[in-house]
Design a protein around this ligand. Structure first.
Ligand SMILES: Cc1cc2nc3c(=O)[nH]c(=O)nc-3n(C[C@H](O)[C@H](O)[C@H](O)COP(=O)(O)O)c2cc1C
Length: 190
């Protein structure tokens, strides 16, 4: 059974990306995956600074998240687009979790993991451009980022009252991304 860690690059109360990742997590569970949904609000970390790291080491919350990553096969990440790129919260989180720490080598939480990327915004592109940056960063630290990704535009019009997608093709595409994540995790575990 694929074990997937799901989180969003926004910790804002009412984050539409946190909502989207919860939605995607539910779909992954329906496909048989074991999903741990977390909120980065619960794992606050200071802004990365080399002097802080030299003086105090890697923050406890980065260690906690690194351990969670190591306990899962893959990650479902919803990241809002900030000026066509990754949010500072997600980048800072990746940076801390990628650092060597005592006997733990750098990057170990990422290498060989699988990830699928999703995003949503009120814009027409839904955050698609930002996901390309997230993809490149993760791929460069050894994550197998599945080739499909879903960006849901015009968020306030994208969902029906009962929680489906208003546009059938968007829904089918979103489901295909989640299925690809689960199947890839299953294949690599096998
Ligand atoms: C600094 C900043 C830059 C943004 N840039 C973009 C952008 O390039 N494209 C876009 O679609 N939305 C952009 N937005 C709007 C976000 O998509 C919107 O705030 C969204 O609700 C953030 O996701 P969240 O609700 O999960 O926090 C930006 C928001 C902020 C705060």
């Amino acid at each position: 059974m694929a074990r997937i860690l799901a989180f969003s690059g926004s910790a804002r109360k009412g984050s539409i990306n946190q909502r989207l990742v919860k939605f995607g997590a539910g779909k992954a569970e329906l496909l048989g995956a074991e999903v741990t949904l977390i909120n980065l609000n619960d794992l606050p970390m200071p802004l990365y600074h080399g002097d802080l790291e030299a003086g105090e080491g890697v923050p406890e919350n980065a260690r906690r998240l690194r351990t969670l990553m190591l306990e899962h096969d893959g990650m479902l990440i919803a990241c809002p687009e900030y000026n066509s790129s990754i949010t500072p919260l997600l980048k800072n989180t990746i940076d801390w979790c990628s650092r060597p720490d005592g006997d733990t080598p750098g990057g170990v939480a990422f290498r060989g993991k699988v990830a699928a990327l999703i995003a949503t915004s009120e814009g027409a592109l839904g955050g698609l451009r930002g996901l390309d940056h997230v993809r490149e960063i993760l791929a460069n630290i050894g994550v197998h980022v599945v080739p499909m990704q879903a960006a849901v535009g015009m968020h306030s019009k994208a969902f029906t009252a009962d929680g489906g997608f208003t546009d059938e093709r968007t829904g089918m595409f979103f489901d295909a991304v989640i299925e690809l994540l689960v199947r890839t995790c299953d294949s690599l575990r096998g």
